[in-house]
Structure formats: C-alpha cells, structure tokens
Design a binder for this molecule. Structure first.
Ligand code: AR6
Length: 179
C-alpha cells in the first residue's frame, strides 16, 4: 500500500525491518539503550557491535533515554546507514499519557533522522510488542502523527514495516482513514 503526501511517498511493507534498504530504520528500544528482545534484539544482532558501542557512548554522555525521545547511531552492518533509537511508552490503561508519548516517538524520530540527512526512514510498530500497546490504537497514533509531520521535512519516503500480516492490515486500515 502506498500514498503520496506532497513530495513524500508513504509506504507499508510486511517483513523484517533489519532487511529494509532505507537511510534510517527506527528501533523500538528501552531507556537503557543496551538492547533487548523483539525488534531491538533483531537490530543489534543484524547490525553488529558498532550499534551498542554508540549507544553506550550516548548513555555515558546523556544518561538513559526517556520515553518519547530519539537518538541516532550508525547502522553498522545493516543496509540502513543509521538507526534511530526511540523508547515507546509501556501501555497501562491509556490514561497515563501513552498516546502523547507514542506520538512523540514518531515526531522525534523523524526530526532526528532529518537532522542527520536521512531521506528515507522505516518505522516498526513501536510499543505494540513487549510494551503491550493495543495495535489498533497504536496504529492510529503512528499514522496520524507521521502524516501530520511529513510536510515539515523533506523525506522522499517514509515506510512502516509490520512483522505480521494482521498488523499490516491494521496499519492499512489506519492509513485508509487519514490519508
Ligand atoms: N522487524 C519488524 N518488526 C518486528 C521485528 C522485526 N525484525 N521483530 C519484532 N517486530 P517490540 P516494544 C515487531 O516488543 O513493544 C524490547 O525488548 C513486533 O511484532 O520489539 O516497543 C526492547 O528492548 C511488534 O509488532 O517493541 C524494549 O525493552 C513490534 O515490532 C521493549 O522490547 C514492537 O515489538 C520494547 O517493546
């Protein structure tokens, strides 16, 4: 599925984000930036030790990364030149600012990627795995925020990479609603 938003192509794909040939992929990390399971584990495994070394430097300098923020490291052995690490909210009941924090992840990741000169970026479905954000609600935040932010930047392509067919269908429905 594909949409044109001004000069930017918005694209949905199903698969493994570590295989995506874009300038920057986004990692759904945790505040320690020391790696973990899910997409975080996959990115560190595929990208190699350069990524963790850069994360350690960032944490030594700036401390733990709060939820909603984003930082950039090199992509190591990945096809992507950069990894944007962001920390999604841990979902509790939806009344603790989870949507605002998740929106901030997408906004800050786009801004951080634009700042290093990335012209294409690929997002996973942040917070909808170990952090248990309900996928329909998360997709709505992801898509609405991204579509609203795209005109502020100069990306040729913004991609969402969904791991499962079901998640892909949920994101497709969310895009059909807003774009
Ligand atoms: N490519 C694309 N999507 C993937 C991949 C992959 N290779 N692997 C998993 N997903 P999660 P979170 C999907 O748990 O909820 C980690 O341990 C997965 O199916 O990776 O933000 C971190 O260190 C799901 O839809 O991230 C944190 O501690 C989505 O990615 C914590 O988990 C997000 O699931 C972050 O939890």
């Amino acid at each position: 599925m594909e949409r044109q938003i001004g000069k930017t192509r918005l694209l949905l794909v199903q698969g493994d984000i570590t295989r995506q040939a874009v300038d920057a992929i986004v990692n759904a990390a945790n505040s320690s930036l020391m790696g973990g399971g899910g997409v975080d584990g996959a990115i560190h495994r595929a990208g190699g030790p350069t990524i963790l070394a850069a994360c350690k430097e960032i944490v030594a300098r700036d401390g733990r990364l709060p939820a909603g923020r984003a930082v950039v490291t090199p992509g190591g052995n990945l096809p992507a030149r950069w990894v944007v690490h962001t920390v999604g909210p841990i979902y509790r009941d939806g009344g603790l600012g989870e949507a605002a924090t998740l929106a901030s992840c997408y906004r800050e990741s786009l801004a951080a990627a634009a700042e290093v000169g990335a012209r294409s970026i690929c997002f996973p479905s942040i917070s909808t795995g170990a952090y248990r954000y309900p996928i329909e609600a998360a997709a709505q935040v992801a898509v609405t925020t991204t579509v609203a932010e795209i005109p502020r930047h100069d990306f040729a392509e913004v991609r969402f990479c969904l791991f499962s067919e079901r998640d892909l269908a949920v994101y497709q429905a969310a895009i059909a609603e807003v774009a």
